[in-house]
Ligand binder design. Sequence first.
Ligand code: NIG
Ligand code: FE
Length: 415
Amino acid sequence: MSKKFIYHAAELVTCKGSAPKHGKDMSDIGLIKDGALIIHDDKIAAVGTTEELLPQISESEYEMIDATGKTVMPGFVDSHTHFIFGGYRADEFSWRLRGDTYMSIMERGGGINATVSKTREATLEELVETGKERLAEMLEFGVTTVEGKSGYGLDRETELKQLRAMKELQDQQPIDIVTTFLGPHSVLPEYKGREREFLDEMLNDVMPIVKEEKLAEFADIFCEQNVFSVEDSEYYLTKAKEMGFKLKIHADEMVSLGGAELAARVGATSADHLLKASDEGIREMAKNDVISTVLPATAFCLKEEYARGREMIDSGCALAIASDWNPGSCFTNSIPLLVSLCCIYMGLSIEEVITGLTINGAAAVGRADKVGSLEEGKQADIIFLRFPSIYFMPYHTGVNLVETVMKNGEIVYNK
Ligand code: NIG
Ligand code: FE
């Protein structure tokens, strides 16, 4: 058995407790000063202070890891990304800087549909290769579990190709990947006015294969004005649920359509974006245990108002925070950027941000029993920051503080 002892962590952030954490509980990150961890193989065997745990081990049998001056915490869970895609859309970013809107670019054939063409052209091998590079970047930011969506195929072959790329990547690198089927991500011109037909194709021709080959756990849809209506989204999500998929929704991003309310009605695990979520939507998410996933880097890149994360937490919601990394609306995987935006613009405390990036992210991808906190029996997915306190995270603005990443008990990245 491999045995490791991490000791003298200036601050050990455990994030322990039942998940997801709602409202005020998001501030409780179970911080231990002079913290220690016993790790046996890939699992955490004990958590406490150095004084408590040191007498429980025999030093000659353990690899001793001195964390003096460091903050030690659970690896981040990036619970909403679109990291598998072909091509880039740097031109669109420059058009947006000149005043074009995301939706107007989409309506004239750019946006998601532009990436669809490039992703259809890409081979499975190319998607795996670029996906691997992107995962390696995420690992450097301390991400140890990531959610990845399809949605740049909009046809059977390419949707499956994206999901299969993620399945292959699971065996080629350390980050755990949770996959989501997002076939209804956009409406191609030939399907305008025939959205139901498109949804039926996805439901009847693609999703049974996804289920059969265990290619995705979640089903997602872009519920938005001029994309999929609330009625069409409800139709699709209800059927996806019957097929055994857990649910996510791109909800209330540009227009307040009632996506958050829909998430509550269909029993979704999370509603994501929520820039325009209504008061009623916020109440419904809190009441029905829908995780509110905010994606502040997307709002930042689109120069939109941030989601009302502060009000969501104060209303008792469980907030998760994720990157939304994708080639269009948000081409960034930066965890430090998320920390800055949440603390500086959304009024969240660093404790709440940590909860959103760890245990609540884990709950948003259905993994809270395995990752997202440092507790006995959980996977030893642990990151070390090069400063002695969590307060350096927002203070050292926009800077990556992650020095070491341990995944399943093994060090997989060291700066
Ligand atoms: O979550 N809003 C819809 N989908 C993605 C954007 C995808 C893209 O622009 O390529 C999002 O922001
Ligand atoms: Fe997204």
